[in-house]
Every structure is written in structure tokens, then in C-alpha cells.
Design a protein around this ligand. Structure first.
Ligand code: ZN
Length: 261
């Protein structure tokens, strides 16, 4: 069981507005050497609430996505917890215990709110740059050019993301196709190479790129444990795109051909 979070897509202004007044400075100042002490302290606070005979194995993490993960075993619990929980108030510790022991729904909402209020701690962690080969020039369509043009026209040149053609998959008949994707972690847009064909119009490729760029602008909306990737603001902005009608009509008319590869 995991409670995850996906930082990275919110405009700075709204993130700043969400930042609570009194951020737990402790968490940011902790050197890794202190972690053992923090693990023992949080572990001791949690054990008070565990059923008798159940052990707790606690690790503090610095993950980007998984903030809480629990393995429930017959003899106890293995809990991996993000460092943002260092210094959490008793109310949060109690919610953690209810979540660990009972997978309690209300507790998971309390924890979700706590995680949302501590996003800045996740953002503080240095990000390991990953070596990724970007391939923007296709045979027929140049993704760099499309991205740069859309960034100027639609995003005031503020969208920070990279783009590449996705890997060429083995040929097979498909029932569906993911024409593009946006990886929140690396901020990389991948466009399916099946679109790099002379009879796929440039306006359609641009439409797919635009959709993925919107993912870079609009935060994923959280509703309880559900994550909504295309929230109302996303959908509204997508509809303002001049080629919206033309592109969706082209997709309907040509999808079968694309699937056939
Ligand atoms: Zn999407």
C-alpha cells in the first residue's frame, strides 16, 4: 500500500501559496547521520498505538513519489516513511498508526493533507540528473521545432520540459496507442514514433505535443486517493487550442490506420 505524490507540475506561485507558515525546519536541517535518531523517535511514538505483539520496522526515506508505504506482515509492519514526517505533531502520528494498522480511510485523508502541505520538503531534495538520450529530429517531423513554437505561442516561453521521440516498439497489431506521455519526474515528453510519418499532418503532431505540454503546466489534481490527470483547467485550456476540432477529427478518421502501424 502506498500513498504517493507527484511534485513538479505546479506553477511556482500556487505552490508558494500552499506553503504553510511554520514549516518544520528540523526536517530540512537533518543530516543523514541524524536519521537513525529520528527513526527511533518516530518508531517509539508509533509503537504506543500498535496492537500487542506486533513489531515495527521503520525506515525514513527521501523518495520523490512514495511518501508512505506499508507492508503488513503476520508479525508486524514494515513502514517506509518520507523524512517530511520528522517532527510531525501527535495528531499526525496517530493518523499514521491508524493507517499502518487498519489502512484507515480517514487517516489516509489526514496524511494526504499533511503530504500536500509539505511538498516543499520534497522539492528541496537535490535531484539526480539522469542521462537520457533525446531524439527530436524525426524523418518527417521535428519535435524540437514544434515544442519551441508552441512554447512561444501558448506558454509565453515558460514551459520547462524536454521532448523526444519514444522508443520504436516491435511491430504488432495494437488495440490502443499512447501517442504521447509526460514523465513528471524528469519532465520529459515522449511522442510515439508512429506519428513520424509523411501522411500524419504536422498539425496533428503539434496537437499531441500540446497536450503533453499541458501536463507540464497543470498539476495533477488529487481527489482522496485518486489522481486526476486531466482536470477541468487542463481540459478548458486544451479546448482553446485552434486546431482542437481539426486534430480530434483527424484522429477519429485515422486512428485505425495508426494502430495497424
Ligand atoms: Zn494526458
Amino acid at each position: 500500500m502506498c500513498i504517493g505524490t507527484a511534485p513538479g507540475a505546479a506553477p511556482t506561485a500556487s505552490r508558494r501559496a500552499l506553503r504553510p507558515e511554520a514549516a518544520p525546519r528540523q526536517a530540512r536541517l537533518s543530516a543523514p547521520a541524524d536519521l537513525g535518531a529520528h527513526e527511533r523517535a518516530i518508531g517509539a511514538a508509533l509503537r504506543v498505538y500498535l496492537p500487542p505483539g506486533k513489531a515495527l520496522e521503520l525506515r525514513l526515506t527521501n523518495n520523490h513519489y512514495s511518501m508512505i508505504s506499508v507492508r503488513r506482515k503476520p508479525d508486524g509492519y514494515r513502514l517506509r516513511l518520507h523524512r517530511m514526517f520528522i517532527g510531525a505533531e501527535p495528531r499526525i502520528v496517530r493518523a499514521l498508526s491508524r493507517y499502518v494498522v487498519h489502512n484507515d480511510r480517514r487517516a489516509s485523508q489526514v496524511l494526504g493533507a499533511y503530504i500536500d502541505g509539505h511538498q516543499h520538503i520534497i522539492k528541496k531534495q537535490p535531484r539526480k540528473p539522469r542521462q537520457i538520450n533525446l531524439r527530436t529530429a524525426g524523418v518527417c517531423h521535428d519535435l524540437r521545432e514544434i515544442f519551441d513554437r508552441l512554447n512561444v505561442e501558448r506558454f509565453d516561453s515558460t514551459l520547462d520540459a524536454r521532448i523526444t521521440w519514444g522508443p520504436v516498439a516491435a511491430h504488432r497489431a495494437r488495440r490502443s496507442i499512447k501517442m504521447g506521455s509526460f514523465a513528471v519526474e524528469d519532465r520529459i515528453i515522449r511522442i510515439h514514433p508512429v506519428l513520424d510519418q509523411p501522411d500524419v499532418p504536422a498539425f496533428f503532431v503539434a496537437w499531441i505535443v500540446f497536450h503533453e505540454m499541458l501536463h507540464g503546466k497543470h498539476d495533477i489534481v488529487r481527489k482522496g486517493r485518486r489522481r486526476i490527470f486531466h482536470g477541468p483547467a487542463f481540459v478548458d485550456e486544451e479546448r482553446t487550442y485552434p486546431d482542437h476540432e481539426r486534430a480530434t477529427a483527424w484522429e477519429r478518421a485515422n486512428l485505425d490506420r495508426l494502430l495497424g502501424g
